[in-house]
Write a protein that binds this ligand. Structure first.
Ligand SMILES: C[S@@+](CC[C@H](N)C(=O)[O-])C[C@H]1O[C@@H](n2cnc3c(N)ncnc32)[C@H](O)[C@@H]1O
Length: 347
């Protein structure tokens, strides 16, 4: 069985069915099949071409052995551009409500021709990304050198260390679940400032990431948390930020409490723990107690905000306005950290 390397085909023995002319053909001679590196199609590895006296467009390469003739500068630059930006990157599956250019790092509506470094970065940053229930797909043709894929992974791992910080003040308390589920402070504050001064019920307060941000934005807050240890941490953390007097802490089950309370905004950040166990994108039913909380809240809140995983199947919450929330630091400003789903209530 053969395979494809750019627009040329190669057989299992690695021979290339050449068509056309010039250096590009030589470049393709080095292609061998390797396990897929991209999010979709099978990848091909590429060995750098030997120097060839004939450049792309038939121009003579500068300094070629056997020829002292210099190619005109413009043709030489064009030849180099053809060689360098030789990977066509096709991205599909990005929902219309996502800023695709921010996610991909390039405008994916135009054909993307990138060098191996940039193509590998795009493939890496979109690897395993699922948005709103659908996977984002990336195809890189011809496939990338193994070294480019490996280097892109290293760069991504290094970048991830510079993510938006959780709590920025020292002296806060968090347990393991509170730490992973905490809304980063700068993001929580940005969201809270949109509803400055409005009354808020935070149904699943955790260690207080969102409740504290709402209080800092001048909102009177009721923070409900079922876990007593985490509720105590939220109270302590609110003291660290000097806003404990603006938050009423309630230990209990939000499914009971939201039906007794009323506010301008109900904020629900349910545990996402279950999402690791299921191999398909989570729906409303996969994020207990969200469904029950929404049912209990009906008619009592002006607006409802749900913080859901980026992969959440948005169709499972009909009528919701979807907003992807990106990170704010160099390590995650191109990543959708979560979805903010807005529902209007009191209907
Ligand atoms: C994702 S965390 C919230 C994180 C929080 N937004 C923050 O930034 O710190 C979800 C929290 O909901 C709590 N929880 C789960 N079920 C609950 C329920 N029925 N009622 C109230 N809280 C609940 C969990 O104990 C957990 O602390």
């Amino acid at each position: 069985m053969g395979s494809r390397c750019g627009s040329e085909s190669i057989s299992d023995s690695g021979t290339v069915a050449l068509s056309g002319s010039g250096l590009r053909q030589r470049a393709l001679e080095g292609c061998k099949r390797v396990p897929a590196h991209s999010t979709d199609a099978s990848a091909l590895v590429h060995r750098p071409p030997r120097r060839d006296p004939i450049g792309a467009n038939g121009a003579l390469d500068e300094g070629t052995a056997g020829s002292r003739k210099r190619a005109p500068r413009a043709s030489s630059a064009a030849a180099r551009a053809t060689l360098v930006n030789r990977h066509r990157v096709t991205v599909s599956g990005i929902p219309p409500w996502v800023d695709a250019a921010r996610l991909v790092g390039h405008d994916p509506k135009r054909p993307l021709w990138l060098d191996a470094h940039d193509a590998a970065d795009v493939a890496e940053r979109l690897r395993n990304v699922v948005l709103g229930g659908s996977p984002v797909r990336v195809v890189v043709e011809p496939g990338l050198p193994r070294s480019a894929v490996r280097d892109a992974r290293l760069r991504a791992a290094r970048r991830r260390r510079r993510r938006t910080a959780g709590f920025e003040r020292s002296g806060v308390r968090l347990d393991a679940e509170g730490r992973v589920s905490l809304t980063p402070e700068a993001i929580a504050l940005r969201l809270a400032r949109r509803v400055r001064g409005a009354s808020v019920v935070d149904a699943c307060a955790g260690c207080g990431g969102n409740a504290i941000a709402f209080a800092r934005a001048g909102c009177p807050v009721v923070a409900i948390e079922i876990d007593p240890g985490r509720l105590a941490m939220a109270r302590h953390n609110a003291r660290v930020y000097g806003v404990d007097s603006r938050i009423r802490f309630v230990r209990g089950d939000a499914r009971d409490w939201v039906a007794r309370l009323s506010a301008d905004l109900l904020f629900v950040d349910p545990p996402w723990g279950g999402t690791n166990a299921i191999r398909r994108p989570p729906t409303l039913h996969d994020l207990p107690p969200l469904e029950d909380i929404l049912a209990a809240a009906r008619g009592r809140y002006e607006r409802i905000w749900v913080k859901a995983p980026a992969a959440f199947v948005v169709g499972s919450l009909p009528g919701a306005r979807v907003e992807p929330v990106f990170g704010l630091a160099p390590g995650d400003r191109d990543r959708v950290k979560f979805l903010l789903l807005e529902l209007s209530d009191r209907s």
